[in-house]
Design a protein around this ligand. Structure first.
Ligand code: C2E
Ligand code: MG
Ligand code: MG
Length: 453
């Protein structure tokens, strides 16, 4: 080989090597890009990329009105618990798809972590943002979770309207998240706009949650018992256990004040267990003292119901106090049951086969169609107070309709919140089985209920 040929050969080799190396570098860069800028779960842009783009948008554009939205899926933990993580991941991908479709060129979005998403959009008017949020809420509610499962996915969105010239993205995200948290316990509210008083309200909630945890440790909660009567004979047939919080200053806090926040945070599971054990302990004590006890019903929230250990935990408590499943009934609200029909159906049937009475609480609040109740082998239907309150023509017709349907499905009916003679007589004459309400008795401490046994 001549010297010229040799050098030509060397330069060809170097060229090939160069091409190979730069291809590798491009591949590497693509990999790095993907790792940094793509959310591998959803396939959309990562939160890091979102922050870079959002910051650039804030820094360079001072004319357009922009908003930052933070939202998450309500009870996403439950979706994972009920349907499994794969379905959970599928839901997150579908949510991203909904966002891509609805936001398009109007802005950017990304998943921050878990089920928390961030959106930044330009807008012309408040109505414009509202329309977008409503569209997102509606589309997400349509996401089908596994064949035949009926589970309506809801979200909570916090909206922060960015002030002109404002540039601190972290602050904006915090305000939007704060707003999202503030609507968590509001029924039928899926989005809200940030306002300055929200910070104080959130601090209040945090304080309340800390106090609930302390109260559980210090046994400040007490079960009150509201007697239930046979509508025809007016004989005492049982009671519902209702929680009361005894404060150190002698005042009592009602559940309406702390149950919603306990539900949102999940602490309700510990409250439910506390109450179940409290009622078990009381029933055991009454039996030991020679009283003929009556079934007491306890309220069980969805956080307890969907917990994998739920049935074992509750059976364990019954065993500890030498009781059987006929001593305690389980009240589950209609809303909880119809949120995840197939799982609820399985659980209700299992509870029934173990001998528990299962009561559908607050029935008629608008979650379900009457035809759905036939899927549950529940023992009783508790007609919501709102029907009992309405003694007009329509209210009466609805109440009798519910009683008739329950009868057809071999369920007992319990009327809640009966306050007047007129309500009682109407219910009795229309074959309602059980009456619970101030007309007969208010919730009372164990010592007073004991005197009635
Ligand atoms: P709920 O389970 O539907 O209980 C019935 C509520 O109606 C009770 O309110 C009771 O005091 C009230 N009530 C009964 N009769 C009348 C009446 O004639 N007139 C009026 N105005 N009210 C009547 P309370 O004790 O304030 O409890 C409210 C809700 O808090 C309960 O509704 C239940 O959802 C929840 N709750 C109470 N204790 C527990 C518990 O231990 N665990 C869970 N998860 N929730 C509980
Ligand atoms: Mg109840
Ligand atoms: Mg109720």
């Amino acid at each position: 080989m001549s010297a010229a040929e040799f050098w030509m050969y060397v330069s060809i080799c170097l060229c090939v090597l160069g091409v190979l190396l730069s291809a590798r570098a491009i591949r590497q860069r693509k990999k790095w890009y993907k790792a940094l800028y793509v959310d591998t779960l959803t396939g959309h842009c990562s939160h890091k990329k979102f922050c870079i783009d959002a910051q650039q948008w804030l820094d360079t554009d001072r004319k357009e009105s922009k908003a930052l939205i933070a939202f998450d899926i309500d009870n996403f933990k439950l979706i994972n618990m009920i349907f499994g993580h794969q379905t959970g991941n599928y839901v997150l991908r579908e949510v991203s798809r909904v966002l891509e479709k609805s936001i398009q060129e109007r802005g950017i979005f990304a998943r921050k972590y878990g089920d928390l998403f961030s959106i930044m959009i330009r807008y012309d008017s408040i109505a414009d943002i509202q329309a977008l949020c409503e569209m997102i809420v509606a589309d997400i509610a349509q996401i089908p979770i596994r064949h035949r499962q009926i589970y309506r996915i809801t979200v909570s969105m916090g909206i922060y309207l960015i002030k002109m010239g404002e540039r601190n993205l972290d602050d904006m995200q915090n305000y939007a998240i704060l707003t999202r948290q503030s609507i968590k316990n509001k029924y039928n509210t899926y989005y809200d706009f940030y306002h300055s008083q929200m910070k104080d309200a959130m601090l209040e909630n945090k304080k309340l949650l800390d106090n609930i945890s302390m109260a559980l440790q210090h046994h400040e909660f007490q079960a009150y018992y509201q007697p239930q009567y046979d509508a025809k004979t007016q004989k005492l047939i049982g009671a519902e256990a209702l929680i009361r919080w005894n404060n150190s200053d002698g005042t009592i806090t009602m559940p309406g004040y702390f149950i919603p926040i306990a539900e949102v945070s999940g602490v309700i599971k510990y409250i439910d267990e506390y109450m179940f054990e409290e009622v078990c302990r009381q029933q055991h004590q009454w039996k030991k003292a020679g009283y003929t006890t009556l079934p007491i019903s306890v309220n069980v929230s969805r956080h307890s119901l969907y917990d994998k250990e739920f049935i074992q935990t509750y059976l364990g408590m019954l065993k500890k106090y030498n009781l059987t499943s006929t001593d305690i009934s389980i009240e589950i609200t209609e809303g909880t049951l119809f949120n995840a029909i197939e799982i609820s159906e399985k659980l209700v049937n299992e509870l029934r086969s173990l001998g528990f009475r299962v009561l559908i609480d607050d029935f008629g609040m608008g979650y379900s169609s009457i035809s759905m109740i036939k899927r549950f082998k529940a023992s009783s239907l508790k007609i919501d107070k709102s029907f009992i309150d309405d003694m007009g023509k329509e209210g009466k017709a609805m109440t009798t309709y519910i009683i008739d349907i329950a009868k057809l499905m071999k369920m007992r009916t319990i009327a809640e919140g009966v306050e007047t003679k007129e309500q009682y007589e109407f219910l009795r004459d229309h074959d309602c089985d059980v009456i619970q309400g101030f007309y007969f008795a208010k919730p009372i401490p164990a010592s007073e209920f004991e005197a009635m046994l």
